[in-house]
Design a protein around this ligand. Structure first.
Ligand SMILES: Nc1ncnc2c1ncn2[C@@H]1O[C@H](COP(=O)(O)OP(=O)(O)OP(=O)(O)O)[C@@H](O)[C@H]1O
Ligand SMILES: [Mg+2]
Length: 471
């Protein structure tokens, strides 16, 4: 290209600098003149306001924690990843049938591993054109008829099947696979069946679906791969003999061997911002603060406590998500106090939380029941006893609580029952008058006392009543 601007004749070349802006170099006979004439792209290091940065951080990290985004490299499961990829490649490319089980506890990354492998597999053009995927889930396809309908739908064969009536499940499945054969009938398209919550399929009548899928995967009828995901180590014991004998007995175990140092570095990685964050300076500061946080002793103690109770990524993500929700414009970094608060929320007792939402009357009934438990050593009680206890409190000790009418107190009692804070005793007949039905309190003393401490503006006399022995 040539520059014809008067006074600047010569050859032009462009170069991109590190910010992405375009400089134009004009090579004249005598020298090379660098002139920034235009900037085609917006410079990367634009400075956003703190508010914009915080909302970008929230969007990006929430995507990581909540939307099950696949990691670019699944950490710690390299060998399992390789094994599964090779296995599925054999079906997808060479038309070999296979079956395999991925076994691991909840949140160990079974679905993530499978999705990572499928994503990598589908990147190959030949595979993408040829292979068909069928995803089934034991929680959704609760019997084999529904499962077969779903297979037909996912293979887009509803029109082919039409109103045909089949003699058996096997015939129907064979028809579907036959329909997938190529024009010249010489070869079939490989189908990958993934069965999430595999163990639930074992409860279907006669295990027909499992039997047929595994039977096909063993014979040379059509190239299929059956991948089961389950958290039950004893899943093979659930299979009938004829089904078990058709399974290849290949198992891939994900057993969470994560050590604490690995856990800590994962937490740091999960919270760090990528290099292409719109505001470089903010990202640098943020990443430095995350590094400092992970080196902080109190933050480490919180993470260690969390690690000791559950090592899986899902609960770590939950903790980090709650931590992230405390990041605001006025607090644009993560502090160890945020982590501590998030951990407290994570481990908070669900029932104690319900207590915070009760009315004063309902709270008083709970305290009355606590005293009844003390007096009668945990024996069941009925509404009438609770009401008497409550009336005693109103007459003798209370200055702040209103003396409610009995129907109001009954309503409050029923509400507690709806919340399942109290449960009717088994065997107490429905015929018994409501006030005399035996019930049991589903809370223990510490839960009640802790909730009372945090109850907003709890009257002092109610607190004192709760603390006094035997009402
Ligand atoms: N090795 C890993 N690297 C990064 N993230 C992971 C890893 N393993 C699991 N995760 C994350 O943990 C979360 C839970 O994983 P996943 O849903 O795969 O668990 P699962 O074993 O399928 O659990 P379930 O039995 O409940 O279905 C996901 O958000 C996933 O991205
Ligand atoms: Mg899963």
């Amino acid at each position: 290209m040539h520059c014809d601007t008067p006074g600047r004749k010569g050859k032009i070349s462009t170069c991109f600098d590190c910010n992405g802006s375009v400089d134009v170099l004009i090579h004249t006979a005598s020298r090379t003149e660098a002139v920034i004439i235009m900037s085609k792209r917006k410079p990367k290091d634009s400075h956003l306001t703190v508010g914009e940065c915080v909302s970008q951080v929230q969007r990006l990290l929430r995507g990581r924690f909540c939307h099950q985004q696949l990691p670019s490299e699944p950490a710690g499961v390299e060998s399992q990843h390789k094994h599964l990829l090779e296995l599925l490649k054999r079906t997808a490319i060479h038309g070999e049938s296979n079956s395999v089980l991925i076994v691991g506890p909840r949140g160990a990354g079974k679905t993530m591993l499978l999705n990572c492998v499928l994503k990598e597999l589908m990147e190959e053009n030949e595979v993408k054109k040829n292979v068909l995927l069928v995803h089934l889930n034991g929680l959704l396809q609760t019997d084999d008829r529904i499962a077969l309908k779903e297979i037909t739908r996912q293979l887009h064969l509803e029109n082919v099947v039409g109103d045909k009536v089949f003699g058996s499940f096997a015939e129907n499945l064979a028809f579907l696979l036959e329909a997938l054969k190529k024009g010249n009938r010489s070869s079939s398209r490989p189908v990958l069946f993934t069965l999430d919550e595999f163990d639930l399929f074992a409860h279907h009548k006669n295990q027909t679906l499992l039997y047929n899928l595994l039977d096909i995967s063993q014979s040379a009828q059509a190239p299929i791969a059956v991948v089961g995901l389950t958290c039950r180590l004893d899943v093979l014991e659930l299979l009938e003999k004829r089904v078990k004998s058709r399974f290849s007995h290949r198992q891939i175990h994900l057993l969470n061997p994560l050590g604490f140092q690995h856990y800590l570095s994962t937490a740091r990685l999960q919270l760090s911002l990528p290099q292409d964050f719109p505001d470089c300076r903010f990202a640098e500061e943020w990443n430095a603060s995350i590094k400092a946080l992970c080196e902080d002793k109190s933050a480490e103690a919180v993470l260690r406590k969390h690690f000791n109770s559950s090592k899986d990524y899902r609960s770590l993500n939950k903790l980090l998500m709650l931590t992230l929700s405390r990041v605001t414009v006025s607090n644009p970094t993560v502090r160890s106090a945020d982590l501590l608060e998030a951990s407290r929320l994570c481990t908070a007792d669900a029932k104690a939380n319900i207590l915070h939402g009760l009315s004063i009357l309902e709270l008083c009934l709970i305290i009355a029941m606590k005293h009844l438990n003390d007096i009668y050593d945990g024996e069941p009680f009925n509404f009438q006893m609770v009401h008497n206890e409550f009336k005693k409190f109103i007459q003798r000790k209370s200055h702040s609580v209103h003396n409610f009418e009995k129907p109001v107190v009954i309503k409050a009692f029923e509400h507690l029952q709806q919340l399942e804070l109290i449960r009717p005793m088994d065997g107490s007949s429905a015929k018994t008058q409501k006030e005399y039905q035996l019930v049991k309190l589903m809370l223990d003393h510490t839960q009640i006392m802790e909730a009372l401490q945090k109850y907003p503006q709890c009257p002092t006399d109610v607190k004192q009543w709760a603390m006094s022995a035997f009402g």
